[in-house]
Design a binder for this molecule. Sequence first.
Ligand code: ADP
Length: 248
Amino acid sequence: GDRTARVDGGSGEIGELARSFNAMSEKLAETERQRQAMVSDVAHELRTPLGNITGWLEATQDGLAEPDPHLIDMLLEESLLLQRLVDDLHDLAQADAGTLRLHPEPIALDDVVEQVVNAQQNREILLRAETTPVHITADPVRLRQALGNLVANAVRYTPPGGEVVVKLFRWQDEAILEVTDTGTGIAPDDVPHVFDRFWRADKSRSRRTGGSGLGLAITRHLVEAHGGAVSLTSTLGEGSTFRISLPA
Ligand code: ADP
């Protein structure tokens, strides 16, 4: 039920106080609703991989499944999923608490792009970089993570034979990183939600492809912590461009 406290103060100074009190308690109630939703989402995300692990181990114990390399592969895959989820939650918790520390240093952004693109090469998609030398002061580990999430998504949501291009250039006082894919694209109604925690366009598909639904929320936090911004343009069925701008 609605547990928001309300004060009716009429007009004048008391009225003003009452209005700001009411606004404050509504904000608290909203924060509490968000916290409850977050706990419920986390429990939901943990349930499936843990259930699978328990199920396979029980089946093995009961002699219904063989303790063979295939089983080990499946168990490992589920535990890696859990590990990624917990790492992502930890990053977001630190971001919320304001304890996510950046370690800025002078870096060549083209090196960051090269590392991300090399790490995510795969047989099914043409992944390439178009860079110009751009030097900024930033945390290289966290930028690799932020850009890595965008590139992982671009690869994940692009069918085999498609293309992903990572561009780096300078524009006015900014360094711009753009990740463009020829993938599924995002519906206009969905665009405002993609950076929300646990939001996915298609829950079943994303689960199969191993996403936690936290990647873009983390990317936005990391970029904003650097004083930058992320944005998105997309056409359903044609592809998407995610853009990071950083002060340079
Ligand atoms: P996930 O782990 O599910 O990929 P993200 O936070 O990284 O979580 O992304 C949230 C959702 O945004 C995805 O589930 C997907 O529906 C959509 N999305 C993200 N990147 C792309 C992309 N490049 N193309 C199409 N859809 C995307």
